[in-house]
Design a protein around this ligand. Sequence first.
Ligand code: ZN
Length: 355
Amino acid sequence: MTRVCRLHAQNDLRIETEPFTGPGPGEVLVAVSAGGICGSDMHYLQDGGIGTIRVREPIILGHEAAGTVVAVGPDAGDLAPGDRVALNPSQPCGACRFCAEEQERHCLNMRFKGSAMRLPHEQGMFRDRLVIRAAQCIKVGAEVSLSAAACAEPLSVCLHALNRAEAVAGPLAGKRVLVTGAGPIGALCTALAARRGAAEIVVTDLQDRTLGIAREMGATRTVNVATNADDMACYEAEKGQIDVVFECSAAAPALRMALACLRPLGTLAQVGVAGEIPLPLNVLVGKEIHFVGCQRFDAEFPEAVALIASGTIPVERMVTGVYPVEQAAEAFAAAADRSRSVKVQLAFDGSEVSA
Ligand code: ZN
């Protein structure tokens, strides 16, 4: 039997116990240790979906997790019981036109764990025991906590965003970067921009707590725009001083400010996601801004795991709370309270296995 954290409908999250079957060919059974709560999980719970994506049937949440292999099926590669693994939630079909072009994130038949995009929904990873394809398990050594390893998915998203931005703007080294929104994605974009040598990294948010963590992740300056919005005026001088923006808030005021601060021919990488949002097209056009959408990740996942395993990106600094799964309601409430939380995780019984 395994416990699962299942959303039945808006504001109806239940911890249930159910049987599970062992791993089949090419699969392994994982004792899940840690699972990070993402903004999408919170939107599913609080709003019943995100934009046009609606929760239409019960769904086990979670797409950021790590654990320990406890059993392997036939043909499961080099995985063995006891291996500690980060879990890649992405399963592209490998056969459609986008998979053929190595743009698997746009797969026409993508199965992404814990996503309500397709029907039937792809069930997620918030559970004590999970059967998953061996190919989606990336080994981590004993030196990294499974809580840190569970941050590989959001770090992959940010690696992809930086790669997208650099493809347009050139290397971030020596550039002046603005990160709007200091949640987990903003914190990780900050850490990666620092690693790639950005000369200045300005981070904005509405909360002092999240900005404090952004400084630990490498921000050279933080501005609380709820209380000190005037501090951003200097970046609007002479048509804008910022070379590259990572917009991680999906908030209209932040987007407007970011465009005001961007220099002509600057790059705005849109990482945060929302439904329809107002956009000052006159500024976008007048300054010839490169507006770059950033969707999930492909090959970045193993690189993210390596950056965490080597301690290069201090992901544990952004984990502000870990709750046992039976306290999922409290965990989701904490995650939604941005005045005290950046990344909140659930702990499953695999955390004992890995100890
Ligand atoms: Zn495909």
